[in-house]
Design a protein around this ligand. Sequence first.
Ligand code: PPE
Length: 306
Amino acid sequence: MPMVKAEKIWYNGALVDWDDAKIHVLSHALHYGTSFFEGARCYKTKKAPACFRLKDHIRRLLDSMKIYRTESPYSLDELIDAILDTIRVNKLEECYIRPIVFRGYGELGVNPAHCPLETIIAVWGWGSYLGAEALEKGVNVCVSSWLRIAPNTLPVMAKVGANYMNSQLIKMDALASGFDEGIGLDVNGMVSEGSGENIFLVRDGVIYTPTMSSSNLCGITRNSVITIARDMGITVVEQTIPREMLYIADEVFFTGTAAEVTPVATIDHVTVGNGRRGSITEKIQKKFFDIVSGEEEDQYDWLLYV
Ligand code: PPE
């Protein structure tokens, strides 16, 4: 899907034309994957466009940098203000938000210290991640032969560009075999997550999701869904999940900023439950969309109006 261009991109404090936001080919990030990024969403509501859990996303961005001994040129509040400005100048009612901090052009060699930190905020219209129909019908996925990143190699709590080479292997493999998405297992063979989403399953009315020790990203949508589900009175268990638990689940769904709450219809050609969006998935998905769209009272203080 080609990108739907917006007008301006925020680049180190200035708003530049979309087509002029360019970098040098010898930028450190291009050679060594030195980039820290986030993906957040701004939703259309009756009142005004509303960013979903923006502060949590920017906090994770700063955390990602801290893990790599990198100090952000901008504070959390400065980044939030910059994002709101960028949405305003682009006059978007709803959009995906991609802040990225990377090491630019200075010198080559592994040590990043002498390359300047560049900060960019791009926003644009991004529809359903796994297809518009997927939110209702669900997606067909496989368990990838590629494992997720091992502990103490690339830290997965940091959302960095380099980690996504692993996601790309999982995604490309899945697509090449005709699936919509792939699920990565951790180095112990336990369920980790999708190439760009966290994973949940339901069995006998209880929701299960991998703990944070299965090489999965600490997803903000994951946290939102756990909160919503528990407040609905549904038990949520965070535990290590053996692969075979996926096949006998009544329902499976993905969560993520881009993917939102997307049901899984089949895994490795095995039908999940009745092969359609399950009732618990549907309840949680509805609640999630009601909250982000401002249809429901913002009881968790998750919305930041533009
Ligand atoms: N795991 C991975 C590997 C991941 O990339 C994401 C987000 C998640 C889990 C869910 O995290 P959260 O968005 O905080 O709930 N993936 C982002 C990037 C996707 C992309 O293709 O780029 C996203 O959903 O924005």
